[in-house]
Design a protein around this ligand. Structure first.
Ligand code: NAD
Ligand code: IPM
Ligand code: MN
Length: 370
């Protein structure tokens, strides 16, 4: 039996609440005997800043490099609003993504049948929705240099962020999107702003070339990113896979989240390139949402995005596809039974807290696997 090393980084705010629930799910799969999981837990974000003055310590980074998968909660919060920029809680996440070279971020937006009325959009627009946003995660304006605030001679300040992409960075994320599209409806929409950004022009050219030369069997469409945001709330089911840069992917995935009922429903996988000899790739699994300071500590956050992120770990890092399907089915059944955290609550359903939702999913795992 294979043993996988997990590094659990709960982070801040609701990160700690949702991590407590996913831990029980990880233990459940460990006891099932399909694989064994060795978990270590450490600090990241504001919690690490409070302990060491840094958003993530070198020792934690080493554990992350040695792990088979990092399971990440969420970081940030008002307590750290005024800490220096380089050590702010969010820097932990950016460093993990960059240093582990997790360039491909898969953000699936699936509307579970029971939640078709929980979205702010009409039922008919979201029922059956299953789209996958493939977000480039280690380039673009997040990491381009220069990135600074300088004081000019006249005393005014000037802030600079740099959007930067190379051909190979665009090629590799395009291939991830096309490969995944082939396992789905074979349609890719590439979103950029070639009308105003040079990086958009290159993005468009490279995705077109990769599509034509390597994936003639996948239908490719180009959409301006602002129009894509509008189309997502107008007629979301027109999309299968959407591929886009780092910043557009951040924004479009929050938009897509509401199509599923709540930001608390959206999981994600951040993947590196497969190792040439072992085929294994570095990875980190995290919900798309943040630390939700407005509800932290109340025990009412939705743990589903975190638990579904572990389902993605089973699928993409450990090749345990049947187990991943089982976990997704358990989540779906609990929702069908009418259990809801506050963010997805609708009239006639039963409101539960974080712990009760986690416990219901565990119980459903027992039922479905009996
Ligand atoms: P947020 O995602 O934390 O919250 C946005 C809204 O969604 C809030 O009303 C919140 O209550 C709700 N929400 C989010 N997740 C939920 C869940 N699981 N269950 C129920 N409701 C949920 O975004 P924000 O408020 O803009 O950011 C708060 C902090 O989180 C900031 O410091 C930000 O930088 C950070 N952040 C971190 C991550 C991450 O660690 N991956 C992601 C996004 C934001
Ligand atoms: C996300 C978050 C992060 C991002 C922040 C917290 C750095 O919003 O994962 O969506 O912008 O990538
Ligand atoms: Mn985001």
């Amino acid at each position: 039996m294979t043993t996988y090393k997990l590094l659990l980084l709960p982070g801040d705010g609701i990160g700690t609440e949702i991590m407590a629930e996913v831990k029980t799910v990880i233990d459940w799969f460990g006891k099932r005997g399909v694989a064994s999981f060795e978990s270590e837990q450490d600090l990241a974000g504001g919690a690490a800043y409070d302990a060491h003055g840094k958003a993530i310590s070198e020792a934690t980074m080493k554990l992350a490099q040695e792990s088979d998968a990092v399971i990440f909660g969420a970081v940030g919060g008002p307590k750290w609003d005024s800490v220096p920029y380089d050590v702010r809680p969010e820097a932990a996440l950016l460093r993990l993504r960059k240093d582990l070279e997790l360039f491909a971020n898969l953000r699936p937006a699936i509307c579970y049948p029971a939640l078709a009325d929980a979205s702010s959009l009409k039922r008919e627009l979201v029922e059956g929705l299953d789209i996958l946003i493939v977000r480039e995660l280690t380039g673009g304006v997040y990491f381009g240099s220069p990135k600074e605030i300088v004081t000019l001679e006249n005393g005014e300040k000037r802030a600079v962020d740099t959007q930067l992409y190379t051909t190979s960075e665009i090629e590799r994320i395009a291939r991830v999107a096309f490969d995944l599209a082939k396992t789905r409806s074979s349609r890719v929409a590439s979103a950029e702003k070639r009308n105003v950004m040079k990086s958009g022009v290159l993005w468009n050219q490279v995705v077109t070339k990769v599509g034509k030369e390597e994936y003639a069997d996948v239908a490719l469409e180009h959409v301006l990113a602002d129009n894509c945001a509008m189309q997502l709330v107008r007629r979301p089911k027109q999309y299968d896979v959407i591929v886009c840069d780092n910043l557009f992917g951040d924004i479009l995935s929050d938009v897509a989240a509401m199509l599923t009922g709540s930001l608390g429903m959206l999981p994600s996988a951040a993947l590196g390139a497969p190792d040439a000899t072992t085929g294994r790739r570095k990875s980190m699994y995290e919900p798309v949402h943040g630390s939700a300071p407005d509800i932290a500590g109340k025990g009412i956050s939705n743990p589903i995005a975190m638990i579904a992120s572990f389902a993605m770990a089973l699928r993409y890092s450990f090749g345990l596809v049947a187990e991943a399907d089982l976990l997704d089915r358990a989540i779906s059944s609990v929702l069908s039974q009418g259990l809801r955290t506050g963010d997805i609550y609708t009239e006639g359903t039963t409101k539960v807290g974080t712990k009760e939702m986690g416990a219901a999913i565990l119980k459903q795992l027992d039922v479905l696997s009996a």
